[in-house]
Design a protein around this ligand. Structure first.
Ligand code: SF4
Length: 377
C-alpha cells in the first residue's frame, strides 16, 4: 500500500486549495504571520487582514519598529488579542537577538513569544524544508480518525500519541515538506472536516479505522460543552465636546491591551435599573463628583451583547457629557477625538457602538459642549 504521505501528496497535487495569499510563501516572516492569524480564525477572515498586515508591515523590521497601538488597531476584530501582542513581542526578539532573521532550528523557534510546537514545525517545514510535523486541530482530527483515537485529544498522553503518529507519517524526502504540510492543512479543512467529512471520496477510507468501524462522528471525542455563563457590566462613554475618554485594558484577559471605555467589573446580577450613583463607585480612578453631576436623568443607555467562547457579556453603555476634559493617569487613560477613536484598536462591539453614535450624532459633535441627553439605541 502507498505510504500515507504519497497518497496525500498525490491528492494535494490535484485537489489542494489554490489562491490563498500566503500559499507557496517561503519567507519565514510571512509564513509566521499567516500561521498566527489562522489560529482559531477562519481562512476567509484572515485573507484580507493578512494582506493589510503585509502592506502595512512588509518586513519583520517594520513590525518590530511599530507602536503596539498600531498593531492592535490592525488586529482589532480578529479576536484572541494575545496573539497580536505576542506577534509584536516576537518581532522585537527576532530583530534584537537574531539580527532580524528567524532561527532555523525548531527548538529556538518554539521558544519565541507566541510560537508553539506546531507553528514552529510549520515555519521549519515551509521555509527550511525540515522534517517536523504540524499538529493543529485539523491534523489531530485527521490522524485521530484514521487511527481511531477515541480518547480526549486535550489529554497530554493522547496528544503525545498523536504527535508520535504525525512524526511517523512524514514523507521520506525533506524536499516534500512544504507541499506535505500544506496538504495536511488542506485535507483537514476540505475533506476530513469536523462535520460531514467527505468519506466516500476520501483517499484514506480503506485504512481509516474510524470509517471502517463506523466511529467517524465520535472522533474527536467531544468533551461536554459547558453552557456559557451570562455576565453584565456598565461602560462609561465620557464625552467632552468631541473628545472621548478611553481606558487601556490590562494586557491579559478579555480584549487585553485594547483601548476601550472604562468598564465596571463583571457581575452576575447587575440590571439596567441598577444604574445609579452607586454604580459609579466602581470607577474609582475617575473623578466621581464630575461624573455624578453628569449622570443623566433620562434614558441614556445603549444595551449591547457580546458572545465570547464561554461567556455572554451584556453591557450597557452610559453616555456622560462633562463640561471640561479632566486630567487623569495618562498611562492608562487618554482623551481622543471621536473620529480618531475609530482608528484605534477597539473591541468590536465598542467600535460598532461608536460608529452608530457618530453617524447618529454628527451635528452634535461639531457643537459646543452640551448636557443634552442623546439616545443612541
Ligand atoms: S474516511 Fe472519512 S473520517 Fe476517515 S480520513 Fe477519510 S474523510 Fe476522514
Amino acid at each position: 500500500m502507498k505510504p500515507f504521505s504519497d497518497k496525500l501528496l498525490s491528492w494535494y497535487a490535484q485537489h489542494g486549495r489554490r489562491g490563498l495569499p500566503w500559499q507557496n510563501e517561503r519567507d519565514p516572516y510571512k509564513v509566521w504571520l499567516s500561521e498566527i492569524m489562522l489560529q482559531q480564525t477562519q481562512v476567509s477572515t484572515v485573507k484580507e487582514r493578512y494582506l493589510q498586515f503585509v502592506n502595512t508591515f512588509p518586513h519583520l523590521e517594520d513590525l518590530a519598529k511599530a507602536q503596539i497601538d498600531e498593531v492592535m488597531s490592525l488586529w482589532a476584530g480578529l479576536g484572541y488579542y494575545t496573539r497580536a501582542r505576542n506577534l509584536h513581542a516576537c518581532a522585537k526578539v527576532i530583530q534584537q537577538e537574531y539580527q532580524g532573521k528567524f532561527p532555523q532550528d525548531i527548538i529556538s523557534l518554539s521558544q519565541l513569544p507566541g510560537i508553539g510546537r506546531s507553528t514552529a514545525a510549520a515555519i521549519a517545514a515551509f521555509c527550511f524544508q525540515q522534517k517536523n510535523s504540524i499538529l493543529d486541530a485539523n491534523v489531530k482530527r485527521l490522524i485521530g480518525r484514521i487511527y481511531a483515537v477515541e480518547e480526549d485529544f486535550k489529554k497530554a498522553a493522547t496528544n503525545e500519541y498523536l504527535w508520535q503518529i504525525a512524526h511517523d507519517l512524514l514523507p521520506k524526502d525533506a524536499r516534500n515538506m512544504p507541499a506535505y504540510t500544506q496538504a495536511l492543512m488542506d485535507y483537514g479543512a476540505t475533506v476530513c472536516t469536523p462535520r460531514n467529512p467527505k468519506c466516500s471520496g476520501c483517499v484514506f477510507k480503506k485504512e481509516c479505522l474510524a470509517f471502517q468501524q463506523d466511529k467517524v462522528e465520535k472522533i474527536p471525542n467531544k468533551v461536554k460543552k459547558v453552557s456559557s455563563k451570562e455576565v453584565r457590566s456598565v461602560m462609561l462613554c465620557v464625552l467632552s465636546g468631541d473628545q472621548v475618554l478611553l481606558n487601556l485594558r490590562p494586557p491579559s484577559g478579555i480584549w487585553g491591551g485594547l483601548w476601550s471605555f472604562p468598564e465596571s467589573s463583571w457581575s452576575d446580577h447587575l440590571e439596567i435599573q441598577d444604574l445609579q450613583v452607586q454604580t459609579l463607585e466602581e470607577f474609582q480612578d475617575l473623578p466621581l463628583t464630575i461624573l455624578r453631576n453628569a449622570l443623566p436623568k433620562g434614558t441614556l443607555l445603549a444595551s449591547r451583547k457580546h458572545v465570547f467562547t464561554h461567556r455572554i457579556l451584556y453591557f450597557q453603555i452610559v453616555i456622560l457629557r462633562v463640561k471640561h476634559i479632566f486630567e487623569i493617569d495618562s498611562t492608562r487613560y487618554k482623551w481622543v477625538n471621536l473620529s480618531g477613536m475609530l482608528e484605534l484598536g477597539l473591541p468590536t462591539p465598542v467600535k460598532q457602538f461608536m460608529q452608530d453614535y457618530v453617524a447618529a450624532n454628527s451635528s452634535l459633535l461639531q457643537s459646543d459642549v452640551t448636557h443634552d441627553v442623546v439616545s443612541v439605541r
